[in-house]
Design a protein around this ligand. Sequence first.
Ligand code: ADP
Ligand code: MG
Length: 351
Amino acid sequence: MPDDPLLSIRDLQTYFHTDEGLVKAVDGVSFDVDRGETVCLVGESGSGKSVTCESITRLIPTPPGEIAGGKIRFDGTDVTTLSDDELRDLRGGRIGHVFQNPQGALNPVYTVGDQIREAIHAHREVAETTARRKAVSLLEAVGIPEAGNRIDDYPHEFSGGMKQRVAIAIALACEPDLLVADEPTTALDVTIEAQILDLFRELQREFDTSIVFVTHDLGVVAEIADRVVVVYAGKVMETGPVEAIFENPAHPYTRALLECLPGRPGGLEPIPGSLPSPTDPPRGCRYHPRCDYVREACRTGEQPSLSEPDEDHDHCVSCIHYEGGDGRLPEPASGTPVADRKPERETGDGE
Ligand code: ADP
Ligand code: MG
């Protein structure tokens, strides 16, 4: 059904059994990705962004990991019930994945050209010369100079940033319906980053590709996102259209992330405090120990259910202050809100 979202994640729970205890890395995350849409996952390091992405095509190492609950539907199919063969077809076929670290994506014993061609051949019947031409044009598209010559080089002959660009070319080789890009540009300089973001947008225009894009850089979010999912310690704090998130951020965590943008007063300062222990997260709202607007009710029960902070029905926030209220935060409970703090103020060891 074309009106259904291409990807629908409901109440995803991905856990790791570790010596320190059970890590609920993703603990009830839900979001949809429509065809041709870019959804950005944002949040500090350790929030569960990568684990969410890796759950989509079940790349979680099992054990210690386990998808303990929830539903992942891709184009009408429940991914959690697919066989290993069906999953292999999905990965690198209809779903391309760019990992945070490109090392694992490239095989050191094959040339980059072989690897891109293999990705093309794995899912399409094309002549060898066509595949080679396509591989060169993909390398050009991701900004590899002299692509026609470099195509016969091995991964070790490329720098880290170049390897990441090759990994992006491989992920795009089969013209995936969904591209899962986990901090794909974090290791790249801003010029190449801009080029890659352009390439993603072009791809989207041409093929109606859907993109799940992970970043902790809200500048990149502003560039590329249609919708944003703000995650913190395995929970969704806020979700909405990119305009709503930037113009009317509701959750104190989203606000704090925005205040950390370069160019803001106190910008580039980390949010005071740090993520909770993954094996022993706090009750109530997971963000409450760091929240300036904390009330007694924030410290008990479960993560608040999602409510709408404004008239935009796509904009939802998990914060008791918006439950049936007037869509505003109360006075800060602990002095000055993060936004108004001077940069020299002491900071915790958060990111
Ligand atoms: P993010 O991508 O948002 O920085 P991750 O998704 O990588 O965060 O990690 C979320 C949580 O899951 C972290 O607490 C991390 O330590 C834990 N985690 C991820 N992979 C594993 C693993 N293989 N074993 C145990 N814990 C893991
Ligand atoms: Mg990550």
